[in-house]
Ligand binder design. Sequence first.
Ligand code: TXA
Ligand code: MG
Length: 376
Amino acid sequence: MTNLYSAETHVFKINPDAPDLQVIALAAQILLRQGLVAFPTETVYGLGANALDEVSVGKIFEVKRRPFYDPLIVHIAERSQIEDVAVEIPDIAFQLAEKFWPGPLTLVLKRHERIAHNVSAGLGTVAVRMPDHPVPLALIKAAGVPVAAPSANLFSRPSPTSAQHVVDDLGGHVDIILDGGSCLIGLESTVLDLTSHTPAILRPGGTPAEALKAILPQLVIQSSPTDAQESGAKPSPGMMLKHYSPKARFLLFTGAGEEADSNFRKIIAGLLSRGCHIGLLATEEDASVYHDLNIEIEILGRETDLEEIGQNLFAKMRLLDKNKVDLILMRSLQSEGLGLAIGDRLFKAAEQQVMDLEAHSAADLLRTITDQIQCS
Ligand code: TXA
Ligand code: MG
C-alpha cells in the first residue's frame, strides 16, 4: 500500500460507509503495539492511542505538544463499554447515552482505574464518547480496547476536519492516518460533566445545549473560566488555554446595524491602507456585501445554516492561513443551537477579545488593532 504524504506516516484512504476490514485490522494492530492512529469521526479527526496503556497515551501528548494537564476523551464502540471506562455511573448517563450515542456528546464520569491515569491528567474523572462514524467504531471493536483520542491537530491550532489537515500538523509523527474524507459536523463534541453537583456543559459542541436541557432542566453552561468560578462548578482543564487559533491574528467583531456596518468598512479600509493582507470569514450574505474590497473572502455558508458554517469553519481558517493573510476578520453570528459552539470557538480563536462595532468608533477600534498588530 502506498504512502501518499510523508516519509514516515502512512495514509490510507478508507471508505467511511464501509471501511476495509484489512486496513482496520492493521490500524488496530498498530494501536495494540503502542502506536498512534489518526481517524475521522463525525466531529473532527482524532489522534488515537490505547486508553489502557500509559506509554501509548504519553505519545499523544508528545506528538501534539499538548500540556499534560489537559485530559483526553476516551472513545468506545458500544454503549455497554461505558462500564469498562467509568464507575459509579449515574442513571442519567445511561439515558443520555441511549438518546445521543453514537454522536457528538462526551460525558465526564468517575474514572475506572484500568484507564491509564495520564488520559485523565491525574483527575479522578474520565471523559467518554461513542462516535457516530463507522471507521472509529470498527477500529475500536477490532482493537478490543477503548481508544483515547484528542483532536488530531497540533496544540492550539484549529481542529482538523480532513486527513490533509492532520498531515499538515502531524505528518511524519503518527504511524497511520485513515483518510475517510471530510468530517460531517466539523466542530468537536459537547463535553458534559455529570460529576459536579449540577450537570454542566464544559465545552459547547455538536450536540446543542437546547437538546440536553430538554432532559436536564438544571443544566448550566460553563463556557468561560469566570462563569465557572461564579457557578461554583469546576472548569474544564483545557478551558483557559489558547485554542483553535489560526496562525494569522484572528479578530472577532460584534454589533449590527448601519453604524456597525460602516465602522467595519472603515476598519478594513484603515488596515488596507497600512498594507495589511486581510482575510474575511463571511456568511454568503455578507460576502456579497464586501466583494468590492481588496481582501480575501472565504464563505462559510448561509447565515441561517449553522450546520454548514460549523462544517466549514476550521477548514476555512486553515485555508486563509495557507494563503498567508496577516489578519482574519469575522463578524459574530447568532448563538442558538450550534451557534453556541461556533461562538465559543471564535471567542477562543480571538484570544477572548471581541471588538464591539456599536460601542466604539472605527478610529478607536483601528487604534486598538494597530497597537497590537503590525502588517508586513
Ligand atoms: O469531538 C471530539 O470531542 C473530538 C473527537 C476526536 O472525538 N475530540 C476532542 O478532544 O475534541 P480534545 O482533546 O481536543 O478535547 C477534549 C476536551 C478538552 O476540552 C478537555 O479539557 C475535556 O475534553 N476533558 C477531557 N477529559 C476531561 C475530564 N476528565 N474532565 C473535564 N474535562 C475533560
Ligand atoms: Mg482539541
